[in-house]
Design a protein around this ligand. Structure first.
Ligand code: SF4
Ligand code: FES
Length: 378
């Protein structure tokens, strides 16, 4: 299937290699209500979710294309009672199975079932370093205590564990304690990701935007901890891009290595792609995964670098960051074809930086929580 291709938004021919990883969003249901959730603001209802049998078919198709690993995610994947069955079908397809969870809804027995089903790694989210912070951010009383219990069970069973810490102005000062906690829990890795401000997080820019000082201090804390923990624990760090000089290489470039499946089977180049309303997305119930990946118009729209506008087209970093994040360009510039405004070379950057600094000193701490439509709450 290599080198089958379509055309980007300018009509340039593009080709693609097989994807390596799949994010399988099994459900948008979740007991937590984090105000920076990466799920779309329009959440998928439970009666539209793919069945376990449909997921099994998706995993077979993915493995046949060359996908190596699947991340079972949500929402909260444990909200699905058939999670172990779904995990087993991914393992049977030959995929490396990683579970991304808040821990809420997992019991010791369910974790044992997941171990038997072939889950090989777990990523546990962290909203804060104590109950007061974590329960407030997650909008769920008792979540921190439950999460720590689940972490203990994960250790007892012997799953390799990564802690996923999403950081923002309310918890960034406690980053050293988050790293210490990951160490105490025996994690092999901690991912420290600053909130990305689109979707739900865009509604919470004022309470969540880090200050410039916090962003600088976080970089220092991460660098020092990396030295101290070398050989014992890996720290992945996604800095605050509103305060950075250049954007991140989102998804390693549009439709280059990863493929996302939404709970209803919509196939996406990234988790936020549906915010780009000018694109139409195919559904796995109507078209094969390979056809969508290689020939789907949404996948080819921003593939490669030939479609890039100036200043990216003549920039020496265009093969490094591919013009930044398309969804962020949509959210901040209202144009998915624009240079990501977090780039210092974007004409919109001065306005963005001024706005970010204004948001960062706001005294507004009222959070807009992610909420499911009433009839589909977990
Ligand atoms: Fe990246 Fe474009 Fe900025 Fe260059 S101008 S650093 S390619 S976003
Ligand atoms: Fe969609 Fe970055 S989140 S391209």
């Amino acid at each position: 299937m290599d080198d089958i291709g379509g055309h980007d938004i300018l009509g340039n021919p593009v080709s693609a290699r097989a994807p390596m990883a799949m994010l399988a969003e099994l459900t948008h249901r979740c007991p937590l209500a984090c105000p920076y959730c990466s799920n779309p603001v329009e959440l998928t209802r439970v009666n539209s979710e793919l069945s376990a049998a449909e997921w099994a078919d998706v995993f077979q198709q993915a493995a046949a294309m060359g996908v190596l690993q699947v991340h079972l995610s949500g929402g909260e994947p444990a909200s699905r009672r058939d999670l172990a069955e779904i995990a087993a079908s991914a393992r049977d397809a030959g995929l490396y199975v990683n579970l991304i969870t808040s821990g809420i809804g997992l019991t010791q027995a369910r974790l044992r079932d997941l171990d038997a089903a072939g889950v090989e790694h777990i990523q546990l989210s962290l909203q804060g370093i104590d109950a007061e912070m974590a329960d407030w951010i997650g909008g769920y009383t008792g979540s921190f205590a439950r999460k720590m219990q689940v972490a203990e069970w994960i250790g007892e069973i012997g799953f390799p564990l990564t802690l996923n810490a999403v950081v923002h102005r309310q918890n960034l000062d406690r980053l050293p304690e988050m790293i210490d906690l990951a160490e105490r829990l025996g994690c092999r890795r901690i991912e420290v990701a600053t909130v990305q401000f689109h979707g739900w997080a865009d509604l919470n820019r004022r309470p969540l935007m880090p200050t410039l000082e916090q962003a600088a201090e976080a970089r220092k804390v991460v660098n020092e901890a990396r030295l101290r923990l070398r050989g014992r624990m890996v720290i992945d760090y996604v800095p605050a891009d509103h305060h950075a000089t250049f954007p991140k290489s989102c998804m390693g470039g549009w439709a280059s290595t990863g493929i996302n499946i939404a709970p209803d089977g919509t196939v996406l180049p990234c988790h936020a792609a549906q915010t780009i309303q000018s694109l139409e997305f195919d559904n796995i119930r109507a078209r094969s995964l390979a056809e969508i990946w290689y020939n789907g118009r949404a996948f080819n729209a921003f593939r490669g670098t030939a479609w890039l506008p100036e200043p990216c087209a003549s920039c020496d970093r265009r093969e490094i960051d591919y013009g930044g994040c398309r969804c962020q360009a949509m959210a901040l510039a209202g144009d998915p074809t624009a240079t990501d405004p977090v780039c210092s070379r974007s004409p919109l950057n001065p306005v963005l930086k001024a706005q970010a600094q204004q948001d960062a000193v706001s005294e507004d701490v009222a959070l807009v929580y992610r909420r499911m439509p009433k009839e589909t709450r977990a």
